[in-house]
Write a protein that binds this ligand. Structure first.
Ligand SMILES: Cc1cc2nc3c(=O)[nH]c(=O)nc-3n(C[C@H](O)[C@H](O)[C@H](O)COP(=O)(O)O)c2cc1C
Length: 215
């Protein structure tokens, strides 16, 4: 089924965190396009520490809702992509990253440097530091999926309202997984959410150094 395409500038202007979805399934081709967009995201050393669990089954959505403070949209959405990071992913993936890179022209010096530096860098993190590192990468990939879904004409809602342990149990996630966010995708049902607006950039954007207005 051909999807409707919306220009990204329009999607950025119009997107709202969808309050309620109809549960119409998403064609697999669209879902793959959305997922693939996330997988194209950049990551430090190209380590791609993200992992995604795509939940579409109605019973599983209901169980996930129970682990997400009973947020109705978790059950109503056509698909919920549970965006996770794998704390130990790099231990298995570093070699593959280097192999793929070398096949595509990665300089040998860079490969040797990555092989030496990555284990040192990532094993130096505290548990909180590693969660921060994962949050950063997984959020970039999840946001890329969100925009692809919006451009394809879907409505989305990013969520942090869930219980980490309960989501891990519900989805039978490995111990090394850390759940970062849920991305609900589908079509808006009923009225959209109000637009709460954004702060004046004078509060959030500076030029050259802190405190200097960017004009
Ligand atoms: C990381 C993240 C987590 C969020 N978690 C929730 C959530 O659990 N439940 C919810 O209803 N909205 C959630 N939101 C939506 C925000 O409330 C919403 O983005 C904000 O109010 C601005 O509204 P807008 O997205 O429509 O512009 C979340 C948004 C982000 C980016």
């Amino acid at each position: 089924m051909a999807s409707f395409h919306k220009p990204l500038v329009q999607a950025i202007r119009e997107r709202r965190s969808t309050p309620s979805f109809d549960a119409e399934p998403i064609p697999p081709r669209d879902l793959w396009q959305i997922i693939d967009a996330g997988l194209q995201a950049p990551s430090g050393y190209n380590l791609q520490p993200w992992r995604f669990i795509v939940v579409q089954n109605a019973e599983q959505r209901k169980r996930l809702r129970a682990a997400s403070y009973n947020q109705a949209k978790v059950e109503e959405a056509s698909a919920v992509i549970v965006c996770c990071g794998d704390r130990d992913g790099w231990r298995r993936d570093l070699e593959e990253m280097i192999r793929m890179g070398c096949a595509a022209g990665m300089p040998e010096t860079y490969a040797a440097q990555a092989a030496a530096n990555v284990p040192e860098y990532l094993s130096s993190f505290s548990p909180e530091g590693l969660a921060g590192w994962l949050n950063k990468h997984v959020s970039i990939a999840a946001t890329t999926m969100m925009w692809m879904a919006e451009v394809l004409g879907y409505d989305t809602a990013m969520m942090e309202g869930f219980e980490q342990q309960r989501v891990c149990e519900t989805l039978r996630l490995p111990m090394s997984y850390w759940v970062v966010s849920l991305l609900a995708i589908g079509h808006l049902k009923g009225a959209d959410k109000f637009n709460g607006g954004r702060f004046d950039p004078a509060r959030t954007v500076f030029s050259e150094e802190y405190g200097r207005p960017f004009r």
